[in-house]
Design a protein around this ligand. Structure first.
Ligand code: CTP
Ligand code: MG
Length: 556
């Protein structure tokens, strides 16, 4: 039996530790040998949503005795799990075993009297904990350990990358450092369930579900929190047992279109968040977008949130990415590195615009892995062919059917290393005929572009849509140029053999420095100096640029 691979049953846990075990036991590092049953996306979502509903968030004094704190809260019921984290103060996330404990805590909690200000008495699951006698409780408290919710600094990342043993090791290290932790994932589901409480004041049977990179396995610490208000269950009749000749319907307000209904609902929920959502600040209603949304910051968790409604197709595409990420351990390592590379070179941005998005980059990696020989990832059509009756899924007329049980998908026999795949990714897209071909993960084949956008990546379910319609020709060209330069750098490194042990930047670390690509391209143009001198100058320039102008790799 192979080492237990915890990665997929628990999205926050780490592949790299397991990788070390695999290496030491001499197992090829494809991840394809892994036989541990993996949970379905819907099971993970259901479990985490239920956990989140019996969880509370408590703002604590900085000095607190963990033992006394837990003892105090256990008056309301047993605690299943808890952790502390820092975000403008100390917070505790406490998950009770029973949902009733939350109500018990709420019943014993008062609304603060505010002096000159007034409080809106909304009883959420966020609390402030005060010490009754601060003077005799704060002295000599050991510091509680805090779970980290942020990505590593550039300095720390470069150190870790330079200490790695191989380029494969570097990619796995980057994944380990940037992927969402177990705690961060919990906090994301919890934040959605707080928003659900507010929306449920109007729509008692609604659900607020996270989607996108928070749940698809490709989220980096610090990424935004996409969530949608799911009202689907409200329309459904639970049990249709009533006899007789009559049918009863609710009287409802009719509006001219689905879009207007969405705008009205989001508008009201936006107002509620703004007016009585504790810690919901900077609420913006962006209702005229193609997909109307409410954007806000959730202060206590530190998440930038995007709330949409009826976005079931996006949830299905999150599920598809979750499956692709879980099928082979190389997928996430490669996607994370490409995302960090793109961010470091300002190919992606947190501001919407003509740039490539992380979602598009992920699709490009998946497509590339479908094109390997033998393929590392199956096509979407193949996943559809494995589907059984219960997997059938049609949303708004779009066929979103694919196999949901990951354990029924045969692992790939491809054993290529991450180093090779990284190099080949840059070469493949450095030479891709973007002017005539489209990227399509459904068929896993290059196809003629149906329209003239510079970059065409077919939406896997709404196949007439291009997910990268926003990308301009110049942004695409920048991507192509950087891909070529990065392929060249990796190729040169292979030839020049910089020693990993000399603590200089090498491998992936070199690729993540924007100045390096520039210097490399200049060096390439000049090509006058001997190779050894070029490398020496390059390393000098890296040293100065990394101290003067550290790269921001921590953005989304
Ligand atoms: N989405 C889509 N079509 C697009 C953009 C987004 O279907 N043109 C869906 C995808 O399911 C995507 C989700 O909306 O995962 C969220 O979009 P976004 O936040 O832009 O991407 P993420 O995958 O969440 O990546 P990031 O970490 O950059 O937020
Ligand atoms: Mg997102």
């Amino acid at each position: 039996l192979h080492p237990v691979h915890r990665l997929f049953s628990c999205p926050g846990t780490v592949a790299a530790d397991v990788k070390k075990e695999e290496q030491s036991s001499g197992i090829a590092e494809t991840g394809s040998e892994d036989r541990t049953p993996k949970k379905r996306f819907s099971e993970v979502q259901k479990e985490r949503r239920e956990q989140a509903q019996r969880t509370v968030l408590i703002h604590c004094p900085n000095k607190i005795s963990e033992k006394k704190f837990l003892k105090y809260l256990s008056q309301h019921g047993s605690i299943n799990n808890h952790f502390f984290y820092e975000s403008f103060g100390l917070y505790a996330v406490v998950e009770f075993c029973q949902k009733e404990s939350v109500a018990s805590l709420q019943n014993g909690t008062r609304t603060p009297s505010m002096g000159t200000e007034a409080a809106i008495p909304f009883r959420s699951r966020c609390f402030n904990l005060k010490l009754k006698n601060p003077s005799n409780q704060t002295s000599e408290q050991p510091c509680v350990s805090r779970s980290n919710q942020s990505p590593p600094s550039s300095k720390k990342l470069f150190e870790l990358l330079c200490d790695a043993e191989s380029i494969d090791d570097q990619l796995n290290t980057l994944l380990k450092e940037f992927q969402l932790t177990e705690e961060n994932t919990k906090l994301r589901y919890f934040t959605c369930s707080l928003i659900e409480d507010i929306a449920a004041a109007y729509f008692p049977d609604c659900a607020v579900r996270p989607f996108g990179s928070s749940v698809n396995g490709f989220g980096k610490l610090g990424c935004d929190l996409d969530m949608f208000l799911d009202l689907d269950d409200i329309g459904k009749v639970k049990e249709h047992k009533t006899l007789g000749n009559f049918l009863v319907e609710f009287q409802v307000k009719n509006v001219p279109s689905e879009r207007i209904a969405t705008q009205k609902i989001l508008s009201v929920i936006g107002e509620c968040l703004d007016h009585f959502g504790p810690g919901c600040v900077g609420v913006q209603k962006i209702l005229n977008a193609r997909c109307p949304l409410v954007r806000f910051s959730h202060q206590a968790s530190g998440f930038q949130c995007d709330l949409t409604t009826n976005n079931r197709i996006a949830l299905k595409s999150s599920e598809l990415l979750y499956i692709y990420g879980a099928l082979d351990s190389r997928v996430r390592a490669l996607v994370f590195s490409i995302r960090c590379w793109a961010r470091a070179h300002s190919l992606t941005s947190s501001i919407p615009g003509a740039w490539i998005t992380n979602f598009s980059l992920t699709m490009m990696v998946i497509f590339f892995l479908q094109r390997r020989s033998p393929p590392i990832l199956p096509t979407l059509d193949y996943l559809k062919s494995l589907a059984d009756a219960e997997d059938k899924c049609i949303i708004e007329g779009h066929n979103c059917t694919f196999v949901c049980d990951l354990n029924r998908i045969k692992p790939s026999g491809n054993t290529e290393t991450l180093e090779l795949l990284l190099k080949e990714f840059f070469e493949y897209f450095g030479n891709f005929a973007f002017n005539k071909n489209s990227i399509n993960i459904r068929q896993g084949k290059e196809q003629n572009k149906p329209e003239t956008s510079p970059l065409h990546i077919q939406n896997p379910f709404e196949t007439s849509l291009n997910i990268s319609k926003n990308v301009s020709q110049s942004q695409l060209q920048k991507f192509v140029d950087l891909a070529r330069e990065s392929a060249w750098i990796l190729h040169q490194e292979g030839n020049d053999h910089p020693s990993p042990s000399n603590s200089q930047l090498w491998g992936l670390a070199t690729l993540l420095l924007p100045s390096v690509a520039k210097n490399m391209s200049q060096a390439k143009r000049k090509r006058k100096k001997p190779a050894s001198e070029r490398v020496k100058n390059l390393l000098e320039s890296i040293k100065s640029s990394s101290t003067e102008n550290p790269t921001n790799t921590s953005g989304t």
